[in-house]
Write a new protein. Structure first.
Length: 161
């Protein structure tokens, strides 16, 4: 019998980085837990759920925010209500969001939510913002001026058209 030939296996450390992913961050886990609670609350409300329930939830989330995000969120809430009254306020992963027929169209993410250096105003794929082969779906916000407010109002109107 011939001696066994040893097969060389690549060292695992060369194919996988030594830095292992720790999974979701604390902030991401908290957001997922908030979403589960939101779904449970919607289920409890059932058919009796109305626009006022969603609005009170959104206003409560806004009240929890630190400045300057709280001021931006309040202003965005007013802009969205004026620009697209058909959208229903609701919370989405613990963030103020606005939905059409139950599907989120746009949302506001405070900077503190994921310890970011700026707040974000974003749109979901349910927003009618398609423009060619590429278009923006979220915007960084450091402050709201009249120009940004006008642009957001126009984008929200387009998103629900």
């Amino acid at each position: 019998m011939s001696p066994k030939k040893e097969t060389q296996r690549p060292d695992k450390s060369t194919t996988v980085t030594n830095k292992r992913s720790k999974g979701f961050t604390e902030e991401e886990r908290a957001a997922m837990k908030e979403h589960v609670e939101e779904l449970k609350a919607e289920g409890r409300r059932g058919a009796r759920a109305d626009r006022a329930d969603g609005e009170s939830d959104v206003l409560a989330k806004i009240a929890e925010m630190a400045e300057p995000d709280r001021a931006m969120a309040k202003r965005l809430h007013a802009i969205i209500k004026a620009s697209a009254p058909s959208l229903s306020p609701k919370t989405w992963y613990g963030m103020p969001a606005y939905a059409k027929d139950g599907r989120v169209v746009c949302f506001f993410q405070s900077a503190q939510k994921f310890k970011s250096r700026y707040a974000t105003f974003g749109f979901s794929d349910g927003a009618n913002l398609d423009e060619g082969a590429m278009w923006p779906t979220s915007f960084a916000l450091k402050e709201l001026t009249a120009a940004e407010e006008a642009r957001i109002g126009a984008l929200v109107k387009k998103a629900v058209s």
